[in-house]
Design a protein. Structure first.
Ligand code: MN
Length: 240
């Protein structure tokens, strides 16, 4: 793509994810308190429930989006936000999570951010690796295959529920890490911090209907439907 096309493409990605994750523009926030009319909302999926077949089955997508993600959003709307500085970006809210944050906010804000990102990192059509993102992967891991191997091993090794991430660290490096439950690398409580560029849901609710205990097969198949252009857009500044 020439530069102008690339800019237009990134702009389009930013607009689309902003719409999906932040349907609450024009709401006025009061510091430490949600205004009475404020509600977090479940973003629409950018494709049909069955669009990711055969890699992720329709029933899993339907339950995952309309039950699990919806539940995080609903619980978030019952939380008391005292002490939080509000932002239009879920990422900015995640950064304020620390050891003393209420569990209801830590767990459900994580759940809302992580899934809002996850849906946009999946593609119904095969997606090619964008040049700059690919160059950065090669610089850090040696090759795409080496990255894929390391990421898959980390995802497979993670015990229990959680997420596997590729992040951009404060030093501008690419790094693979995992977090438990619905924590993410933006949170102050994260052992390894950075901006998520790629996210894989390791909860059994993400794959059990089709894969049962075969997490390795789920990970392998998930690589076939990653929307790499979203990774590059995140690298270029897109925020959720
Ligand atoms: Mn999930």
């Amino acid at each position: 793509m020439v530069n102008s096309e690339r800019r237009a493409f990134v702009k389009q990605c930013v607009a689309s994810i902003a719409f999906l994750a932040f349907p609450f523009k024009n709401i006025t926030f009061t510091k430490g308190r949600i205004s009475p009319e404020f509600k977090f909302r479940l973003p629409a999926l950018p494709y049909a429930f069955n669009a990711l077949e055969p890699y992720i089955d329709s029933a899993t997508m339907q339950i995952h989006h309309s039950k699990h993600h919806q539940a995080y959003v609903d619980k978030l709307n019952t939380a008391s936000w005292s002490g939080f500085e509000f932002s239009e970006h879920l990422s900015a809210l995640c950064k304020q999570i620390n050891e003393t944050s209420p569990a209801i906010i830590r767990n459900n804000l994580g759940g809302h951010y992580n899934h809002s990102l996850f849906w946009n990192l999946l593609s119904a059509q095969p997606d090619v690796l964008p040049a700059e993102f690919s160059r950065r992967l090669n610089a850090e891991f040696g090759s795409f295959e080496a990255f894929k191997t390391q990421f898959s091993e980390a995802a497979l090794k993670h015990f229990g529920s959680g997420w596997c991430w590729l992040i951009l660290t404060e030093n501008g490096r690419f790094k693979i890490c995992t977090t438990p439950n619905q924590d993410n690398p933006l949170m102050g409580i994260a052992q390894v911090k950075g901006k998520p560029l790629l996210a894989l849901d390791l909860w059994e609710h993400a794959y059990y209907l089709k894969y049962q205990n075969r997490r390795a097969e789920y990970i392998q198949n998930w690589f076939s439907i990653v929307k790499w252009s979203t990774c590059e857009a995140l690298l270029n500044g897109m925020e959720v």
